[in-house]
Design a protein around this ligand. Structure first.
Ligand SMILES: Cc1cc2nc3c(=O)[nH]c(=O)nc-3n(C[C@H](O)[C@H](O)[C@H](O)COP(=O)(O)OP(=O)(O)OC[C@H]3O[C@@H](n4cnc5c(N)ncnc54)[C@H](O)[C@@H]3O)c2cc1C
Length: 273
């Protein structure tokens, strides 16, 4: 492959795309309107999902598990692979147990049910009245480390990374987008950059950026709130054995723990209240 690519967005998607395309011999320029990782990626829970949370859709769960395995393989130093536990505390949780195990099997995600005593040995802070515990291949990561690693590797292959460079418009020839108008916030000047391929990797802002090119990108931005505690309470990712809902996961990053997340839909990611 050859040619010039502009990647808009310096989050996890843009940085991974920049890395992948530079590996394939493309000349990549990545444009980010703020600092690297300043969008959603710099504020995630940092959970390397096993796919078990998504078993409602076995295809999504299977893809999630495959991606999990690829990331562990290509960058083992970026992930804490202590695994995860889905834990049942209530009768309602227990009602979900069979559906969960069947869903994991259908999705090809390897899981293992363990005894209560074993679970408490692994995670002494669990509720000692737990009714079931299932080990899953979850992990954790520091999002900024992942993004910066992808970008450093892309840069080593010739990619150019431009933070504080916001795409404010597109250059079109007929129906084709052939370039972008960029506002450089550091030198305070506008410039035009052309490329063979332009990738919109702006996540929650994808709809707004698409609009600049006259394209409809159906995006439903969903922010969330997490609570951080100044103590490492668990080593594994602890999930409630229940269909996904608010505040049902706790995991640790270094010496802190984070409980999350909530989720609701908004129209404009720049107007989160
Ligand atoms: C509360 C919460 C917790 C989450 N926890 C997890 C988790 O534990 N594990 C997990 O896998 N996923 C998690 N997610 C989802 C995950 O964070 C996102 O799927 C992911 O970060 C999206 O990455 P992205 O690169 O697509 O978008 P972003 O990280 O948002 O990157 C897009 C970038 O585009 C930039 N941009 C926007 N407009 C322009 C423009 N005009 N010009 C230039 N740049 C522009 C933005 O500044 C931004 O940096 C969570 C999401 C939320 C909300």
């Amino acid at each position: 492959m050859s040619g010039k690519v502009i990647v808009i967005g310096g989050g996890i998607t843009g940085s991974a795309v920049a890395y992948d395309l530079s590996l394939r011999g493309m000349k990549v320029v990545l444009l980010e309107r703020g600092s690297i990782g300043s969008g959603t990626s710099g504020r995630t829970h940092g959970l390397l999902h096993s796919g078990c949370r998504y078993i409602k859709d076995p295809q999504v769960a299977a893809e999630c598990y495959r991606e999990n395995m690829i990331l562990r393989k290509i960058a083992p130093f970026l992930f804490e692979t202590n695994g995860g536990l889905f834990v049942a505390i209530t009768d309602e949780d227990m009602e979900y147990r069979e559906r969960f195990l069947n869903g994991c099997e259908k999705s090809g995600v390897p899981v293992k049910e363990i005894r209560r005593e074993e679970a408490l040995k692994l995670e002494p802070n669990l509720n000692e009245n737990l009714k079931a515990a299932i080990v899953v291949p979850d992990g954790t990561f520091d999002p900024l480390k992942v993004i910066l690693s992808f970008l450093a590797s892309a840069k080593a292959r010739g990619a150019e990374i431009r933070p504080f460079n916001e795409v404010v418009g597109f250059v079109k020839e007929g129906d084709s987008v052939v370039g972008v108008k960029v506002w450089d916030k550091i030198s305070e000047r506008e410039y035009i950059l052309k490329a063979d391929i332009i990738v919109n990797a702006t996540g929650a802002w994808g709809g707004k950026v698409g609009k600049l090119a006259g394209i409809t990108v159906p995006v439903k931005p969903a922010p969330g709130v997490m609570v951080s505690l100044d103590e490492r309470l668990v080593d594994m990712v602890i999930n409630r054995l229940n269909p996904p809902s608010d505040g049902d996961i706790i995991l640790s990053h270094r010496s802190t723990s984070v409980i999350g997340t909530t989720s609701w839909y908004i129209d404009d990611p720049d107007e989160v209240e």
